[in-house]
Design a protein around this ligand. Structure first.
Ligand SMILES: C[S@@+](CC[C@H](N)C(=O)[O-])C[C@H]1O[C@@H](n2cnc3c(N)ncnc32)[C@H](O)[C@@H]1O
Length: 271
């Protein structure tokens, strides 16, 4: 079973989230295992000191290497080796492709360790000595790695078989890679091969807009095509709307120039 161990100085900030909603249900159903460990428990001094001043001076404190190292050694002595990931603003930016890669890798190595920092971050040597990957949630700085660690667990967990109620939902989400559905591929309209989303494992688009009852809400109509019952037309509309939305809001995702052109032509047809 996939096993996420989170090393943090604030387990009480993490546990409630892991126990709620989709993650809580996945744990209860035996689809996921989690353990949150306070690496302060691996200090040896009277004051349980985890931090110290940086060599060379400068503001703030750094996390000392030794308590983290002893925590990892304790954990791995019990369960075996983990894929080790440190949450760092200077890491590889976490995207859906990274989440998918981690989820796929869990088949071969089901144990992932997530190290949440605090203060000014870690003594570099512990990350080097334990061969850590580094993940950033984006170009901003939080006070700690707890939220990024939870984001990684949730983004990966919802890609695991059985975790979501409806398997198709993860495939239809924004940034999902791989073919959306056979219906989308077959009913792609004027340009089969361009309109199914996405075409390659590196390309992704945003989710299509969604609507639910009532059909008219405060004078706003849901698109008639979605109530037509014609699944081919619905898929074509959704594909075109997703491409158009991506083109408007995130053109950087449309790495394939043919795809941008296809979105443009569809927009012209619609208007
Ligand atoms: C105040 S930050 C340290 C920032 C560090 N001095 C820097 O500029 O890269 C404390 C901790 O929060 C976490 N953190 C903050 N922002 C993050 C981000 N964008 N992605 C991942 N982790 C982040 C990391 O675990 C980090 O060690």
């Amino acid at each position: 079973m996939p096993f996420f161990a989170i090393l943090s100085l604030f387990p009480e900030a993490i546990e409630p989230y892991l126990g709620a909603s989709i993650l809580g249900s996945a744990r209860e159903r035996g689809l996921l295992r989690t353990q949150v460990i306070d690496f302060r428990d691996f200090t040896r001094d009277r004051h349980r000191t985890v931090d110290d001043r940086p060599f060379g001076g400068g503001p703030g404190m750094l996390l000392r290497a030794e308590p983290i190292a002893e925590c990892i050694e304790w954990l791995e002595a019990r369960h075996g080796a983990f894929r080790r990931i440190a949450l760092c603003p200077s890491g590889r930016v976490f995207r859906q492709t990274y989440a998918a890669e981690l989820a796929a890798d869990l088949v071969h190595s089901p144990r992932v360790l997530l190290l949440a920092g605090r203060y000014e971050g870690f003594d570099e040597r512990v990350l080097e000595a334990f061969d850590f990957e580094r993940i950033s949630l984006g170009d901003f700085v939080l006070a700690g790695g707890e939220l990024p660690a939870l984001c990684v667990v949730e983004a990966v967990a919802r890609l695991l078989p059985g975790v979501l109620g409806h398997e198709e939902s993860a495939r239809q989400d924004s940034f999902a890679t791989g073919s959306k559905s056979p219906a989308a591929e077959n009913g792609a309209g004027a340009e089969p091969g361009l309109a199914e989303r996405p075409a390659s494992t590196t390309e992704s688009v945003l989710d299509t807009p969604h609507y639910t009852r009532p059909r008219t809400w405060r004078g706003r109509e849901a698109p008639a095509v979605l109530l037509s019952g014609n699944h081919g037309q619905i898929e074509r509309w959704r594909t075109a709307a997703a491409l158009e939305r991506t083109r408007e809001r995130r053109p950087d995702l449309l790495t394939d120039p043919r795809r941008s052109a296809a979105a443009e032509r569809r927009r012209d047809v619609q208007h």
